[in-house]
Design a protein around this ligand. Sequence first.
Ligand SMILES: CC(C)(COP(=O)(O)OP(=O)(O)OC[C@H]1O[C@@H](n2cnc3c(N)ncnc32)[C@H](O)[C@@H]1OP(=O)(O)O)[C@@H](O)C(=O)NCCC(=O)NCCS
Length: 233
Amino acid sequence: MAQATVLTRRQAAARPRVDEPVRSSRVVCYVGERIYFSTLEPEDAPVLERWINDPHIWANLSMRPPCNAPRERAWIEKLGSDPSEHVFGIVVRAEDRLIGSVGLHRIHPANRSAMLGISIGDAGYHNRGYGTEAVKLMLRYGFEELNLNRIGLAVYAHNLRAIRCYQKAGFVPEGCLRDSLYQGGRFHDEYRFAILRAEWDAAQKVDHPVRRAARRTVELGRAPQAAVACGSL
Ligand SMILES: CC(C)(COP(=O)(O)OP(=O)(O)OC[C@H]1O[C@@H](n2cnc3c(N)ncnc32)[C@H](O)[C@@H]1OP(=O)(O)O)[C@@H](O)C(=O)NCCC(=O)NCCS
């Protein structure tokens, strides 16, 4: 079981609390411990355009460049008018800095299901726990605000950082789509993960049986790296 982090009194005091007001020039939609979700606005288009065309970013996403400024602006302007999509900017509270975006897509009211997508475009903010916090915050939003029952996602097999991030947030592997992506001169597998409301509820309670079950070693598909990736569940 993961060791709880013990903070000194000074560290605890310095740590922002979810219920503390966020001072920001941006619109504050949903607040976490170190990040908050904001609306994405047309003035964010240049930075989003730079991120989405970065090969280190798009190699992990289903889109392909080029995505020019008018296309990026059109995407942002459409947000909010489509009820099947809820997309937010991820902002670091301490710096009031936009670092990426996260969204629930293909929201289905009858099935109460959606697909999660996330991209921290500013690589200086990778591997610092912001992705995991944003995914967890989005799960809270999806289950507690949208009353969803199932949140799924797709991730390419080579994206080990994202797989680890999703596992930390409680996602369970469901399957492998072999040779789903052609990139860099060869095919790559794609994994599907999901989390159900009951699993998420249970995971809020420490060491609940459902959480223990979700940690079981699950071997996915045929790729050896899948077994490694999913073995640490
Ligand atoms: C994927 C992404 C959201 C993860 O967010 P992040 O803030 O970088 O990730 P976190 O710091 O929360 O967690 C990353 C975990 O992966 C681990 N990790 C990093 N590189 C790894 C690798 N090559 N192999 C295995 N684990 C790795 C980290 O050590 C960390 O785990 P730990 O906390 O147990 O040490 C972010 O990196 C990102 O947006 N990347 C570009 C776009 C993308 O890939 N989007 C997802 C498409 S499915």
